[in-house]
Design a protein around this ligand. Structure first.
Ligand code: ADP
Length: 440
C-alpha cells in the first residue's frame, strides 16, 4: 500500500519534471536556433554590403582604388574582412592582410563584374562560432539546472500535495486496524478540495459512529429488556408442563388455555418491542423508508382522535381537537399517525378521570405545530430529560401498560422528518408535548 503510494508520488513527480524539462529544452533550442541564424544573417548582410561597396570602388578606379578603400577601412573597422580580386581569371590579388585566416572558418561571397573580374569578400566565422559555443555551454548548464529544479520541485510539490491524502489514508488504516470510529482527521482550514474531502470523510465517520452507537445501544436495551418477558414466557410454559392440575378435564383445558393465552401475550409483547425498537433504530439512523406526500396534519389528528375517543370516554377524560387552518406537511402519513397516536395515547393513559386532553394543530412561522396538552399528573423534573430515552418508564407510570418506547419512536420519527419535539410539564399541572415540522 505504502510502496504503491510512493510509486504514485514518484510517477507524478516524474510526469511534472518531464513536462517542465521538455518545455525548457524546447525554449533553449528555439533560442539557440534563432540566435545562430540571426548572427549568420547579420554576417551575410555585412559581407554583401561590403561586396557592393568594393565592387563599386573597383569599377571607379580599378585595383588601386579598391586596395586603398580596403586598407583605409581595415584600419578603423572593428572586423577584418578578406578581400580578393581575380582579374578575368588570370591575376589574383588578395587585398587584405590574410595573416591568421583559417580557410576552414571563412565565409565567402563572390560577385562577377561586367568586365569579367571576380570580386570576393569573406568574413571569419570564428567570432561567431566562439560566441555560439559559449552560448551552448551556458544553455547546457541552464538545462541541467532546470532538470535538477524540475525533479526536486516536482518531488516536493507532489509530496506536499499527497501529504493530506496520506494523512487521510493513515486515519482510515488506523480506524480499520483499531475498529475505533471516534478518530477524526484534522482539517487544514484551507477550504481546498482535500479539506472538503476530509470533512466529508469526517461526516461519514460521524454517521457511521452514530449508527454503531445506536445499534449497540439498541442491542444492549433489547437484550436487557427481552430477558423479563422471555423469562416470564418460559416460566408460564414450564408451569404448564410441570403439574397437570387436579380436577375436571374441562377445568384442565381452561387452565392450559389460560397459560397458553399468557404465552401468546408475552410473545406479542416481545414482538411489539422488537418491531418498535427496529423502527426507532431505522428512523434514528436515517434508513427508515419514508413515503413522503402532502399530508394535512388536521386529518392525521382526526384519525388518532377517532382511535382514542372510546378509550377516553370510557375513562371519563374529555378529548378535543382544534385545527386552526389547513396545515399541510410533506411527510409519511402512517408514521405521522403513529406520532399523534402515541402522544394522545400517553395523554389519555396518564390523565386521571375528569381530566382533559386538548390536541391542536396550527401554523407557526414557516412550520407546522402539533400540540398535545393534558391535565394529568405531569412529569417530575428529574425524569423530564429521560422520557425520550429508549425503554424509559417513569416511576409512577409502571402501573400503566406500556413498553417505554412510545416517546422514543415519536422523537425518532419527528427527527427523521427534520422536525423537533419538546415537552413542558409541571407536576400536578399536566404536560404539553409540542411537535414542530417543516411545512410541505
Ligand atoms: P410508556 O408510556 O410506554 O411508559 P413512553 O415512551 O410513551 O413510554 O413514555 C415514557 C415515560 O414518559 C412514561 O413512562 C411516563 O412516565 C412519561 N410520560 C409520557 N407521556 C406522559 C404524559 N402525558 N403525562 C405524564 N407522563 C408522561
Amino acid at each position: 500500500m505504502s510502496s504503491g503510494r510512493r510509486t504514485f508520488g514518484l510517477q507524478l513527480a516524474l510526469w511534472y519534471a518531464t513536462l517542465f524539462v521538455s518545455g525548457a529544452v524546447a525554449i533553449v533550442f528555439v533560442t539557440y536556433y534563432l540566435t545562430a541564424t540571426s548572427l549568420a544573417q547579420r554576417d551575410h548582410q555585412i559581407i554583401n554590403g561590403k561586396l557592393g561597396d568594393y565592387a563599386a570602388a573597383y569599377l571607379r578606379g580599378g585595383v588601386r582604388v579598391l586596395a586603398n578603400t580596403v586598407r583605409s577601412e581595415q584600419q578603423v573597422a572593428p572586423e577584418r574582412l578578406f578581400v580578393r580580386v581575380v582579374d578575368r581569371g588570370v591575376e589574383s590579388v588578395v587585398l587584405s592582410n590574410n595573416e591568421g585566416w583559417d580557410p576552414g572558418k571563412i565565409e565567402i561571397v563572390s560577385a562577377t563584374l561586367a568586365d569579367g573580374t571576380l570580386v570576393q569578400v569573406g568574413k571569419s566565422t570564428e567570432a561567431r562560432d566562439d560566441l555560439l559555443s559559449r552560448f551552448r555551454a551556458v544553455l547546457g548548464i541552464v538545462t541541467l539546472l532546470v532538470v535538477v529544479i524540475a525533479l526536486t520541485g516536482g518531488w516536493l510539490a507532489t509530496q506536499s500535495a499527497l501529504f493530506p491524502i496520506r494523512r487521510l489514508t493513515t486515519a482510515v488504516q488506523q480506524i480499520i486496524r483499531t475498529g475505533r470510529t471516534d478518530a477524526r482527521v484534522p482539517l487544514d482550514g484551507t477550504g481546498d478540495a482535500i479539506d472538503e474531502l476530509t470533512s466529508l470523510f469526517n461526516t461519514m465517520l460521524d454517521k457511521i459512529e452514530g449508527l454503531v452507537t445506536a445499534m449497540r445501544g439498541a442491542l444492549d436495551n433489547v437484550s436487557h429488556d427481552l430477558r423479563t418477558p422471555l423469562t416470564r414466557l418460559r416460566g408460564t410454559a414450564e408451569m404448564a408442563l410441570a403439574s397437570p392440575p387436579a380436577g375436571e378435564p374441562g377445568q384442565q383445558v381452561a387452565y392450559y388455555r389460560e397459560l397458553l393465552a399468557d404465552c401468546v401475550e408475552e410473545s406479542d409483547r416481545v414482538l411489539v418491542m422488537l418491531n418498535t425498537l427496529m423502527d426507532i433504530s431505522e428512523a434514528e439512523s436515517g434508513t427508515m423508508q419514508l413515503r413522503r406526500e402532502p399530508v394535512p396534519l388536521g386529518d392525521v389528528v382526526a384519525r388518532a382522535i377517532d382511535l382514542y375517543r372510546d378509550v377516553a370516554d370510557a375513562k371519563g377524560v374529555s378529548l378535543s381537537a382544534s385545527a386552526s387552518d389547513a396545515v399541510v406537511v410533506t411527510a409519511d402519513r402512517t408514521r405521522l399517525e403513529q406520532v399523534a397516536a402515541n402522544l394522545i395515547d400517553n395523554a389519555v393513559k396518564y390523565t386521571p378521570p375528569g381530566g382533559r386532553v386538548d390536541v391542536d394543530v396550527r401554523r407557526e412561522g414557516d412550520g407546522a405545530v402539533l400540540r398535545v396538552r393534558d391535565t394529568g399528573p405531569g412529569i417530575p423534573s428529574d425524569e423530564l430529560p429521560r422520557i425520550f430515552d429508549r425503554l424509559f418508564r417513569g416511576d409512577t407510570s409502571r402501573t400503566e401498560r406500556g413498553l417505554g418506547l412510545g416517546l422514543s419512536l415519536v422523537k425518532a420519527i419527528v427527527e427523521a422528518h427534520r422536525g423537533t419535539v419538546e415537552v413542558s410539564s409541571e407536576p400536578a399541572r399536566g404536560s404539553t408535548f409540542t411537535v414542530r415540522l417543516p411545512l410541505g
